[in-house]
Design a protein around this ligand. Structure first.
Ligand SMILES: Nc1ncnc2c1ncn2[C@@H]1O[C@H](COP(=O)(O)OP(=O)(O)OP(=O)(O)O)[C@@H](O)[C@H]1O
Length: 307
């Protein structure tokens, strides 16, 4: 079952289209990263999914329910961190969580459970005013975990955190499906973080989802490239061309696609036999950032071609 399913979601602000047909399928048990540049419409989508905003057109189902028609039952079953939560500095962590328990009609016994999940049991009676930003963010996530929701929706949960804080939140999110038996939908533009924590990614570009993938499948599909730092570049490129190998030149070397490990030694021997000086031969595994940039470039080229 998909825990989130949207079809052709559309939204405009003051006549300006922001979402232009968002299709999402978020599988159960996923840590699903929702990526996109600033202003691409991530928060708008999340506000629709959490019932804070109504779409102009299209359909959004959350946990199998229509978010417009069944808003309250949906909200009772999800945990959401959309805007900075009201964390009153004079309250202790436990007092703050007790408010979430009352709002969700959940036993106060859940407080210690969620504090354990975010590893903040020791800070139970400390005032929030004394917390670091990272601790506040962990407490905010603990609030979303009250009542053990089946789905968490988190909008940029690592915003403003230092590297240690980011790592803590990332580890926490990564472990949530197993520890809490839930799915996580998380927006971010920190691609390194996402690459380490997500099982699935979707890329929103100008209000449309232009790609969504299982991260493992994506990694398998990405082709590793060989970088040859060598001299001279032009004649080496011609030599490669004669071997039916196309290369791309950059400042100090050539990039080659479509080679396997077994091709490397004969290739280097051939080049050396033709007096090419080889300083370095290095495989490059594409990153999520390479995928992100590649997908956006393709989308831009396609829209220019249609214009
Ligand atoms: N209430 C609003 N009224 C008018 N325009 C808005 C409103 N909220 C958002 N927008 C505009 O809609 C576009 C998409 O905004 P949104 O916040 O959904 O993007 P985002 O992908 O979450 O961006 P970011 O990564 O910067 O948070 C932006 O151009 C933004 O200025």
């Amino acid at each position: 079952m998909n825990v989130i399913q949207t079809e052709q979601l559309q939204k405009a602000y003051d006549g300006l289209a922001v979402l232009q047909g968002v299709d999402l399928q978020v599988p159960q048990g996923a840590v699903f990263a929702f990526l996109g540049n600033n202003g691409s419409g991530k928060s708008t989508t999340i506000r629709i999914l959490t019932g804070l905003l109504r779409a102009d057109a299209g359909k959004a189902e959350v946990l199998g329910m229509d978010i417009t028609r069944q808003r309250l039952p949906v909200l009772a079953q999800i945990g959401a961190l959309v805007e900075s939560p009201a964390l009153y500095p004079n309250l202790t962590a436990a007092e703050c969580l007790s408010i979430a328990c009352r709002l969700k009609n959940v036993s106060l016994r859940d407080i210690d459970r969620v504090l354990d999940v975010v590893e903040m049991r020791a800070a139970r009676q400390r005032r929030i005013g004394q917390f670091s930003l990272g601790m506040k963010q962990r407490l905010a996530i603990a609030m979303t975990l009250i009542g053990a929701p089946k789905l968490l929706i988190l909008d940029e949960p690592t915003n403003g955190l230092d590297p240690q804080g980011m790592q803590d939140i990332r580890t926490l999110i990564q472990q949530l499906p197993a520890r809490q038996d839930c799915s996580v939908f998380v927006s971010s533009h920190l691609l390194d973080e996402v690459e380490k924590m997500a099982s699935h990614v979707a890329l929103l570009h100008k209000g449309r989802v232009i790609a969504q993938e299982n991260l493992l499948t994506l990694k398998q599909k990405q082709v590793r490239r060989l970088k040859l730092v060598c001299h001279p570049l032009d004649s080496t490129a011609e030599l490669l061309e004669r071997m039916s190998l196309r290369s791309e030149q950059d400042t100090d070397g050539l990039w080659l696609d479509g080679l396997s490990s077994a091709d490397l030694t004969p290739l280097l021997q051939h080049l050396l036999a033709h007096d090419v000086e080889i300083f370095e031969a290095r495989w490059h595994q594409p990153s999520l950032e390479d995928w992100f940039v590649g997908q956006q470039t393709q989308a831009l080229e396609a829209s220019h071609a249609m214009a």
